[in-house]
Write a protein that binds this ligand. Structure first.
Ligand code: SAH
Length: 199
């Protein structure tokens, strides 16, 4: 059962390794924590729930938009065949690259740059996880979702988004379901919020 795989991978993750030293003593708390550059690592229960919704299988390729600390990336890497992850803020991307490299993951490709337009070179993806709040679903990400694929993304205004589960059936139109209300930092980029919009 997939839930068992998820739980087993989850049990191997140590969130302390993904936050700065002063925050390590509170890393077990179910709350978002700052990771620098105005960004946050989500609360663990939300990372778990989003991954459960995404439901990555061992043969799936995954695109993640918003690497941040690399915590979600590591979980996805344990559950899928390869994770392509994109981080816009270079300091965070370099830190996550080093951290994930030191942990020995060999099935993660990390690119620093805009992920609101996805990563077309490796598309299509079986699974797409967006971990920053989108004003609207970015069309390039929908284009890069394989038939039979699933995408999880927070979409809506800056202060509160709907967590959307998007599924692309083998034929027929996309299905979009709102699962719950969430709050994420903004997806900034050509298919997200523009830096000038930031309040
Ligand atoms: N999943 C992360 C949390 C990410 S917070 C974790 O587990 O730690 C959201 C991240 O999205 C931030 O690091 C932010 O810099 C990044 N981001 C925002 N807009 C982006 C874009 N257009 N492309 C790639 N990353 C983006």
């Amino acid at each position: 059962m997939r839930e068992k795989r998820l739980q087993a991978a989850w049990d191997r993750l140590d969130r302390r390794l993904f936050v700065d030293r002063p925050l390590q003593s509170v890393a077990h708390v179910d709350a978002p924590l700052p990771i620098g550059c105005g960004q946050t690592i989500s609360q663990p229960s939300l990372v778990f729930e989003m991954t459960r919704l995404l439901d990555p299988g061992p043969d799936d390729t995954v695109l993640e938009v918003g690497t941040g600390s690399g915590f979600q990336t590591a979980l996805l890497a344990m559950l899928s065949s390869h994770v392509y992850t994109v981080e816009r803020v270079s300091v965070l991307g370099e830190r996550a690259r080093e951290r994930l490299g030191n942990m020995g993951y060999s099935n993660i490709s990390l690119r620093i740059g805009d992920g609101s337009a996805g990563w077309p070179e490796h598309a299509p993806y079986h699974r797409i996880m967006v971990t920053a709040g989108c004003a609207a679903l970015p069309p390039p990400l929908l284009d890069q979702l394989a038939p039979g694929g699933r995408m999880v993304a927070p979409v809506g205004p800056r202060m509160e988004q709907d967590l959307l589960l998007v599924t692309r059936p083998l034929d027929g139109p996309l299905r979009i379901e709102s699962v719950m209300k969430v709050i994420f930092v903004e997806l900034v980029g050509p298919y997200g919020w523009s830096p000038a919009d930031r309040g």
